[in-house]
Design a binder for this molecule. Structure first.
Ligand code: CMP
Length: 147
C-alpha cells in the first residue's frame, strides 16, 4: 500500500536554487508531496532530530550546516516511498554519488558527505519518528517557520 517518508531539502539545496529541480524529480518519480513547510531550524531542533548521531565526530559541524539557512521539509507519499526516495537521493557522500549514481539528487546538488543537499528517512520506524517530529509534535515549537 501507500507509504510516507520524510524528505528535507537542506540549506545548500535551498540557497543553491535546487528546490524546483528537486521537486520536478520528486513528482516525475510518482511521489505526491503530501505536506511541506519551510523552516529555520535551531540548534536544539537539529540536535534532537539527529540525536542518533550525537556521538559522531561530525555532529557539531552537522548542526552548523543544518542551521546555516532555511530547510524545506516534506512528507512524500507513494507505494514504497521510503526505499524509493532513498534510491532517488543516492549515497550519503555526494562525491561518491557523482561517480556511482550520477543521476541521483545528491549527485546533482550535493558537495560531500556532509553537504549532501537532501535527507531521507532510512526505515519505516525512522519515517514515522521524523514525520511526527516535524508535523505532529508540539516540540516543533522549537522550530520556527521561515516565512
Ligand atoms: P543525512 O542522510 O541527513 O543523515 C545524517 C547526516 O549527517 C548526513 O545526511 C550528512 O549530512 C551528515 N553526515 C553523515 N556522514 C557524515 C560524515 N562522514 N561526515 C560529515 N557529515 C556526515
Amino acid at each position: 500500500g501507500k507509504e510516507r517518508t520524510l524528505a528535507i531539502i537542506k540549506p545548500d539545496g535551498l540557497l543553491g536554487n535546487y528546490t524546483d529541480k528537486i521537486k520536478n524529480v520528486i513528482v516525475e518519480a510518482g511521489f505526491i508531496i503530501f505536506k511541506e513547510i519551510t523552516l529555520q531550524l535551531d540548534k536544539d531542533g537539529v540536535s534532537s532530530f539527529y540525536a542518533e548521531h550525537s556521538s559522531k565526530s561530525f555532529f557539531h559541524s552537522l548542526i552548523k550546516y543544518m542551521t546555516s539557512g532555511p530547510v524545506l521539509v516534506m512528507i512524500l507519499e507513494k507505494e514504497n516511498a521510503i526505499a524509493d526516495w532513498r534510491a532517488l537521493i543516492g549515497p550519503t557522500d555526494a562525491r561518491k554519488a557523482k561517480i556511482t549514481h550520477p543521476h541521483s539528487i545528491r549527485a546533482m546538488c550535493g558537495v560531500d558527505s556532509e553537504r549532501n543537499c537532501v535527507h531521507g528517512s532510512d526505515s519505516p520506524q525512522s519515517a514515522q519518528r521524523e514525520i511526527s517530529f516535524f508535523f505532529l509534535e508540539k516540540s516543533a515549537g522549537k522550530i520556527l517557520p521561515y516565512d
